[in-house]
Ligand binder design. Structure first.
Ligand code: ATP
Ligand code: ZN
Length: 308
C-alpha cells in the first residue's frame, strides 16, 4: 500500500469519503457510477483506483476538511454542515463547495422543548444551547443579536436538555423524529445541508488537474442522467411548435416525419415523431397537457448514460 503523504508531488487524484456512516455508501455508489473501480479494502483507510488513477481515502467525515487543507486529498465528500463548521471555526478555512450531490439531505435546526411558545431568536437570550456545531450556532446567534452559551457535545445532543446539560439544542434534523422522541420541536433552521463535493481553492496542478476535470465532468453527467428522461410521442404537424414548448427543459428535440402503413405501403401520416431529452420532471400533469395538445403515444423512458 502506498504511503499517504501530504504535499509530495503525486500524479494520482485522491478523494476522501466517509468510511462508514450515512454518507459512506452513497458516496461510493456515486463514484462507482462515474466508472471508478478500486482494489477493494472497505475496512482499510486506502482504496487504490484500478481503471483510473483516482484513489479513495476512507475516513471520519470530521477529518475530511483537514485532509483537504493539508493537501492530502484533492476532493472530499461530506455534509455541507461539516464544511461550514470547519470553515467558520478556523480549522479548515477557505475550502470550496464544488458541487452539491443531492444525497444526505438534512438541516441544522434549533430544537426547543415541545411545550414552548417560541416567538423568535430573542427568546434564546442567556440560554445554554447543546450542539456539535458551535461555530455555525454562534455565527447565527451573533447575526440575530442574541447572547447565548453553546455547550459543545460530539454526540447525543438531543438528550442534553433532559439531562439538564442545556436548555435547547442545535442539531441536525431530517425527519424530526429524534427531536420528537426527546420532546423537542424544531423552531429555526440555521443551515440546509446535503452531501457536497469539497476541494481546496484552485485546480490541482498537472495530471491531477486533468483527472479533477474528468471526475467533475462525469459527476455532472451522472447527476444529469438521474434528472433526465427521454420522452417520445407522435404529434400533428401543425402543433409541433406548441408541443415542444410544453416539454420540461428539453434539449433540441429530434423531429421525424412519421409514416403510416397503407395498402400501397408507407404514406405520410401528417404526424411528426418527437424524441426529446427532458431535464425537468416529466409529471403526469405534463403528460396530460401534451395529450390535450394533440400528442399521441406518449412514452417516458429512463436514461442510462449520456455524454452531451
Ligand atoms: P463519522 O464516524 O464519520 O464521524 P458521524 O457520526 O459524524 O460519522 P453520520 O451520522 O454518519 O456522521 O452523518 C454524516 C452526515 O450525514 C452528517 O454530517 C450530515 O451531513 C448527514 N445527515 C443526513 N441526515 C442526518 C441526520 N438525520 N442526522 C445526522 N446527520 C445527517
Ligand atoms: Zn463525524
Amino acid at each position: 500500500m502506498p504511503p499517504i503523504a501530504a504535499r509530495e508531488p503525486r500524479d494520482r487524484l485522491r478523494v476522501a469519503i466517509q468510511k462508514s456512516g450515512r454518507l459512506g455508501d452513497p458516496a461510493r455508489d456515486l463514484l462507482s457510477a462515474v466508472g471508478l473501480t478500486w482494489r477493494e479494502s472497505r475496512d482499510r483507510l486506502f482504496c487504490f483506483g484500478e481503471g483510473l488513477p483516482i484513489d479513495l481515502l476512507l475516513v471520519r467525515d470530521d477529518d475530511i476538511p483537514g485532509l483537504l487543507t493539508e493537501g492530502v486529498a484533492d476532493f472530499g465528500i461530506l455534509g455541507r454542515n461539516v464544511l461550514a463548521e470547519t470553515g467558520l471555526d478556523g480549522t479548515a478555512p477557505g475550502l470550496e463547495e464544488v458541487r452539491q450531490l443531492g444525497f444526505g439531505p438534512c438541516r441544522l435546526a434549533i430544537g426547543v422543548p415541545e411545550g414552548w411558545d417560541y416567538e423568535g431568536p430573542a427568546q434564546l437570550e442567556g440560554l445554554r444551547i447543546a450542539t456539535s456545531y458551535p461555530a455555525i450556532t454562534q455565527d447565527w446567534l451573533r447575526r440575530h443579536g442574541v447572547d447565548a452559551r453553546t455547550v459543545t457535545l460530539s454526540g447525543s445532543v438531543e438528550i442534553a436538555p433532559s439531562l439538564g446539560q442545556a436548555d435547547v439544542v442545535c442539531d441536525l434534523v431530517s425527519s424530526g423524529g429524534t427531536l420528537r422522541a426527546n420532546s423537542l420541536k424544531p423552531v429555526e433552521t440555521l443551515l440546509e445541508s446535503e452531501a457536497v463535493l469539497a476541494a481546496p481553492p484552485g485546480r490541482p496542478e498537472g495530471v491531477r488537474g486533468e483527472l479533477a476535470d474528468l471526475l467533475l465532468r462525469r459527476l455532472d453527467g451522472v447527476r444529469r442522467v438521474a434528472d433526465s428522461k427521454v420522452l417520445t410521442a407522435r404529434v400533428p404537424r401543425g402543433r409541433v411548435a406548441e408541443l415542444v414548448g410544453l416539454l420540461p427543459d428539453a434539449e433540441a428535440p429530434i423531429l421525424t416525419p412519421a409514416l403510416e402503413l397503407g395498402p400501397d405501403g408507407p404514406t405520410d401520416s401528417g404526424m411528426f415523431a418527437v424524441q426529446a431529452l427532458c431535464h425537468g420532471e416529466v409529471s403526469w400533469a405534463v403528460l396530460e397537457r401534451l395529450k390535450a395538445a394533440g400528442a399521441e403515444g406518449l412514452t417516458v423512458l429512463p436514461v442510462e448514460g449520456m455524454l452531451v
